[in-house]
Design a protein around this ligand. Structure first.
Ligand code: KYN
Length: 363
C-alpha cells in the first residue's frame, strides 16, 4: 500500500537476495526529495537502488566513488509508475519487485560487466490529479498539492527528478521506462519541454527542466493516444470509455483538442525531431534513439491498438527525418501471456528481464 507520508528515516538500506535472505545485492534509498530547496512534497520524491560492489560491501553503503566516479560512466535506469495520473495506491514502490530482480541478476554478473551495465536505478513519484471516487483513498482535501495536480505538473516533476539525478548523482546517460501513463510520461520527456508551457517559469529559468534526453525509452502497457481511445474504443474495451474520459479530464481538462496535443501518438506535427541528444551522447556508439513498446495481450484495461498506433507513428515520423542518426528504432514486444494490466510490475520478473535486456543491448 502506498503510504504517501514521507518516510522519516532516510539513508541507504541493504537489499537482500530474496532467494537466501542474507546476500546483499544492492542498497536502496526510499523516497529521497528531488526538489531543490525545501518545498519538496511527499510525492516529489524518488526511490533509488545501487547495484552491489565490493567497495559498497566493505563501506556498508554505496561509496562516493561508486556513485560519482563509476556511477557517471554507466547509464541509469529510471522507471515512471502508472495509475492513470491519479491512483495514490500505485507509486514509486511499484518498482520494488522489478528492482530486486534486476539487482539479483546483476549480482551474478562479473564486477566489470555489472559496472558497465547500470550505475543506478530510480523510480519516480510525481504529483497526482484528483481522484475523489477512489475506493480507499479518495482525494477529498482540495488543498492537498499532492493530489490536485494538473498537466503539466506531472511531466514537470518527472523532468525535475531527472535533473536531480544529473546534478547530485552524476547521471549522464539513462534508459527511461514507464508503465501505463508512466509510458506516456516517458515519451513526453523526449519532447521539447517548451510544449508544456513551462518556458519562462522560475523553475525553467533555474534550469530545473534542462536535462539530457534518454537514449532509449521502454513503455509497458502504455497509453499513447487517449483522444483516439475515447472517440473510438477498440472492440472489447468499449466499457472503459467513461473511465478513460474521467481520468483524462482529471489530468488534462475537458477539451479533446488538448488531449491530442499531449499524447505522444496523436501530436499532429511530429515531435521526433525534438528528441535531441547531447554532443557527448552522440559521440558514443549506437547513435540511434530506441523505443521498445511492450504490451500484454491479456491486458483488460489497455488494448494492443495503443501500442500498434504508437509504433506506426514513430516509424512514420522517423521516415520524415533525413538524418539517419536522428531516426528512432522501434521494437514491439507483444506478450501472449503477459497477464492483466498491472501484473507485469506486480511480479517484476519479466519487467526486470526486459529492462536488463535493453541495458545489455540484447533488445
Ligand atoms: N481504467 C484504466 C484504464 C487504463 C489505464 C489505467 C486505468 C486505471 O484504472 C488505473 C488506476 N488503477 C485507476 O484507478 O485510475
Amino acid at each position: 500500500m502506498a503510504d504517501y507520508n514521507r518516510s522519516s528515516s532516510g539513508g541507504w538500506k541493504p537489499v537482500l537476495d530474496p532467494t537466501d535472505n542474507k546476500t546483499i545485492i544492492g542498497h536502496h534509498w526510499r523516497r529521497h526529495d528531488y526538489v531543490p530547496g525545501e518545498e519538496a512534497l511527499a510525492l516529489q520524491t524518488l526511490d533509488m537502488w545501487i547495484p552491489i560492489s565490493p567497495a559498497a560491501l566493505s563501506y556498508g553503503k554505496p561509496t562516493p566513488n561508486t556513485l560519482l566516479g563509476d556511477g557517471a560512466k554507466a547509464p541509469w535506469l529510471i522507471y515512471i509508475h502508472g495509475g492513470a495520473w491519479r491512483d495514490p495506491v500505485i507509486d514509486s514502490s511499484s518498482f520494488n519487485a522489478s528492482a530486486t530482480k534486476i539487482l539479483s541478476d546483476l549480482a551474478q554478473q562479473p564486477l566489470e560487466q555489472r559496472k558497465k551495465t547500470v550505475a543506478g536505478i530510480a523510480s519516480i513519484n510525481y504529483r497526482l490529479s484528483p481522484y475523489p471516487n477512489h475506493p480507499t483513498h479518495p482525494s477529498n482535501d482540495p488543498y492537498d498539492p499532492n493530489r490536485t495536480a494538473k498537466h503539466p505538473d506531472h511531466i514537470a516533476d518527472v523532468l525535475t527528478a531527472l535533473g536531480f539525478l544529473r546534478n547530485y548523482f552524476g547521471m549522464k546517460e539513462y534508459v527511461l521506462a514507464g508503465h501505463s501513463c508512466g509510458a506516456t510520461l516517458a515519451l513526453q520527456a523526449c519532447m521539447s519541454p517548451e510544449r508544456w508551457g513551462l518556458a519562462g517559469t522560475a523553475e525553467w529559468r533555474a534550469g530545473w527542466y534542462n536535462v539530457a534526453k534518454p537514449k532509449a525509452v521502454v513503455g509497458f502497457n502504455g497509453l499513447y493516444d487517449l483522444a483516439g481511445f475515447i472517440a473510438d474504443p477498440p472492440k472489447g474495451y468499449e466499457r472503459w470509455k467513461e473511465a478513460y474520459r474521467e481520468f483524462v479530464v482529471g489530468a488534462f481538462g475537458k477539451k479533446e483538442e488538448d488531449w491530442k496535443k499531449v499524447c505522444p501518438g496523436s501530436i499532429a506535427e511530429g515531435w521526433v525531431r525534438e528528441w535531441n541528444l547531447t554532443q557527448q551522447q552522440q559521440g558514443e556508439e549506437g547513435k540511434k534513439r530506441k523505443v521498445v513498446l511492450v504490451q500484454s495481450l491479456e491486458d483488460s484495461l489497455v488494448p494492443v491498438e495503443q501500442t500498434e498506433g504508437m509504433a506506426e507513428y514513430l516509424e512514420r515520423e522517423s521516415q520524415k527525418v533525413a538524418d539517419e542518426d536522428k531516426k528512432v528504432e522501434v521494437v514491439v514486444l507483444r506478450e501472449e501471456k503477459g497477464g492483466d494490466h498491472d501484473e507485469v510490475w506486480k511480479k517484476g520478473e519479466r519487467l526486470g528481464e526486459i529492462l536488463l535486456g535493453v541495458l545489455n543491448g540484447e533488445i
